[in-house]
Design a protein around this ligand. Structure first.
Ligand SMILES: [Zn+2]
Length: 191
């Protein structure tokens, strides 16, 4: 499956939207990716994530950790295909943490799985939680990398596809200047 074929799947399921969007990072964008619309079909999730498995099968880890909510189903399916464990971090009063009795052992090798990486904020907060547990982050993966190659997590990063989209700070957004209505799609408040 090529990158274009995967992007076409996103488009087919209205998971790649064009317009004027407020991202969870606070930035405005001309594109919004909603991986949940692709991930709602387990067979499609399996097909897409099987492509990612080809890139990361060599990595040595025992647990996939995903930042909630966007990363949960991705991380679960990835762990299922690789026969690993899947857990997630979530926010309580804004702070990311492991809840529900989820526990990481000291030196446990962990792969972090996020659905869409833009600024890397959620991913880095997830990494902090793992490191506070004294577990070891061996790599990062995402369905979509829209960071434009600007991020350095200090460990290898394996995105399935890269999508270059335009993002703007709210005070210098040309879409705002054009008076286009700002949309806030998805479940970003919960994230
Ligand atoms: Zn704007």
């Amino acid at each position: 499956m090529t990158d274009k074929e995967i992007i076409d799947i996103y488009k087919k399921h209205n998971a790649l939207l064009k317009g004027h969007f407020l991202l969870s990072s606070g930035l405005h964008s001309d594109t919004y990716l909603q991986s949940a619309l692709v991930m709602q079909y387990p067979i499609i999730a399996e097909n897409i994530i099987s492509e990612l498995v080809k890139k990361i099968y060599h990595m040595n880890f025992v647990t996939v950790v995903s930042p909630a909510i966007g990363g949960i189903r991705f991380g679960y399916e990835l762990a299922r295909l690789l026969k690993k464990r899947s857990i997630f971090t979530e926010r309580t009063n804004g702070a990311m943490s492991l809840r529900r009795g989820f526990h990481l052992e000291e030196n446990e090798k962990v792969l972090v799985a996020e659905d869409v990486v833009t600024t890397g904020k959620s991913t880095k907060e997830c990494i902090n939680v793992i490191e506070e547990s004294k577990a070891e982050v061996v790599g990062i993966t995402s369905l979509v990398d829209r960071s434009d190659g600007k991020l350095d997590f200090g460990v290898p990063f394996f995105p399935l596809i890269k999508v270059n989209v335009k993002t703007y700070s709210p005070d210098s957004c040309p879409l705002c200047n054009e008076g286009i209505t700002l949309e806030k799609p998805g479940s970003r408040n919960e994230k």
